[in-house]
Design a protein. Structure first.
Ligand code: AMP
Ligand code: GLY
Length: 441
């Protein structure tokens, strides 16, 4: 299929900015993905004076107001390559790990296309728990003690030699379901049997690691080989309900301005974790060229790594990127081409965002409910799972919208967000009322 879109001057929609032709360098960007994270990336790109036209594949209803949605799947690497070549795309920015793991960066580079994201091999820092653990061990990056196994009996006897709870991680992309915290022998046996005898997720190995305690937080950095440009720290809320109760989700809200992290903590995490990981990847011949996401924990023994991801976090991106004052196109292009860029500048103040999800999420839920009042909201509204029919927006996923506001402090940002959410009318949404609760305890 060949998809050729209207000329740049035809970019339209409520979110499209006036283009200043004098300093507009007319860049065309393709963003891969279609969730809230990609909406925040598109929103940041639309603030760049260099960017004239944005495509997003597949995009969503909200993204469609700021970019041209392209009906191609994020893992349709050949289709996306053909689209980029046919439509004069200057730079592609990859959101989801599935596209990275499908080798989109390798394929685009081989075709001479500029792309922001890691190669398939470097994506192992996220897709293989064992690779990430070995990398950390080799570079002396603080993380939980571990061993990895393919044999059920050996894994079980190691688990029994350590204190409970035990953390069991399937070694591969398992859509967030590959981690089990086993409280006792029976739970450990069942989980290990699932992973190593029944191969529920595939023929992988299992990493067994010690259980750590403390608040978790996310450290996203733009990484170009040895160059590591930090973004503001953020914290996700993974459980479905208030008080961090209920099942794990993709994330129900996030904020920046973490009250429990000191400047020393941040400096330590930057130098001893993020920079060391970037260097270790270079030493392995797998330099990073996208976002490195440190899922970190502040334990009583200091800051340690829970996991690395090879991409922007969702919903973290939606609270982090609104603070960026520099031109994000310059950062993406610099990283994509291995060229140093000026240290990105971030606004003072904090941001806080709340996810509105379909009732029943993360379990079974219905789609297709009308959403009204979005035009009244005086905050950023990033669409996560929406679609549009006859000009009307309706729910089309588990996580549907994220409302994000800035403020001088968290109390200010939180008050504004919940006030604005009150203007959105939909019969089938729920949301947490306690985002950033740790700041108010
Ligand atoms: P992961 O996919 O590795 O991020 O693990 C998913 C979640 O499990 C994390 O966000 C933590 O809440 C929890 N978790 C993972 N590893 C540990 C650990 N070593 N100690 C305590 N909790 C953990
Ligand atoms: N917020 C969790 C993630 O993006 O993996």
């Amino acid at each position: 299929m060949s998809l050729v879109y209207p000329l740049p001057s035809q970019r339209s929609g409520p979110g499209a900015k006036e283009i200043n032709l004098e300093n507009c360098l007319g860049k065309t960007v393709l963003v891969i993905g279609g969730g809230g994270r990609e909406h925040a990336i598109v929103d940041a790109l639309s603030r760049s004076p260099q960017v004239e036209k944005i495509y997003c594949a597949p995009g969503n209803a909200g993204i469609g107001e700021q970019a041209f949605n392209v009906p191609l799947k994020d893992t349709d690497v050949e289709g996306l390559k053909a689209f980029a070549l046919e439509n004069g795309v200057d730079l592609t920015v990859v959101g989801p790990e599935a596209a990275l793991a499908a080798g989109i960066v390798d394929t685009f580079r081989a075709a001479g296309l500029k792309i922001f994201g890691h190669t398939r091999a470097a994506t192992a820092i996220e897709s293989s728990k064992e690779f990430a653990k070995e990398l950390m061990e080799g570079a002396l990056i603080p993380t939980a003690a571990y061993r990895s196994f393919s044999d059920f009996e050996e894994a079980l006897s190691y688990v029994l030699s350590r204190p409970f709870p035990a953390v069991l991680k399937y070694d591969g992309l398992a859509a967030g379901k590959g981690v089990v915290i086993a409280q006792d022998e029976a739970e450990a046996r069942a989980a290990l049997a699932d992973m190593l005898l029944d191969h529920t997720f595939g023929e992988g190995r299992v990493v067994v690691e010690d259980f750590l305690t403390g608040p978790e937080f996310s450290f996203l950095c733009f990484v170009d080989g040895e160059r590591v440009y930090p973004m503001p720290l953020s914290q996700d809320h993974k459980r479905a309900f208030d008080g961090d109760k209920g099942p794990n989700t993709g994330g129900m809200g996030a904020y920046t301005g973490l009250p429990f992290i000191t400047e020393e903590d941040r400096a330590f995490a930057y130098k001893e974790i993020m920079c060391k990981a970037a260097s270790a990847m270079c030493a392995k011949g797998l330099p990073l060229s996208g976002v490195l996401y440190g899922g970190l924990m502040k334990t009583p023994q200091g800051i340690k790594v829970i996991e690395f991801n090879a991409r922007f976090g969702d919903p973290e991106t939606e609270v982090v990127l609104p603070l960026l004052q520099s031109d994000i196109y310059e950062v993406f292009e610099g990283v994509a081409t291995g060229t140093p860029v000026a240290e990105p500048v971030w606004a003072d103040g904090v941001t806080l965002g709340v996810v509105l999800a379909s009732k029943g999420y993360p379990g079974r839920y219905e789609k297709g409910y009308d959403i009204a009042g979005l035009e009244l909201v005086d905050a950023k509204v990033y669409h996560m799972g929406t679609a549009v029919r006859d000009g009307k927006v309706f729910t089309n996923g588990g996580r549907v919208l994220m409302v994000v506001s800035g403020g001088t402090d968290l109390a200010d940002a939180r008050r504004k967000v919940y006030e604005e959410i009150g203007k959105i009318a939909c019969d089938n949404l729920f949301y947490r009322k306690d985002i950033a609760h740790i700041a108010f305890e």
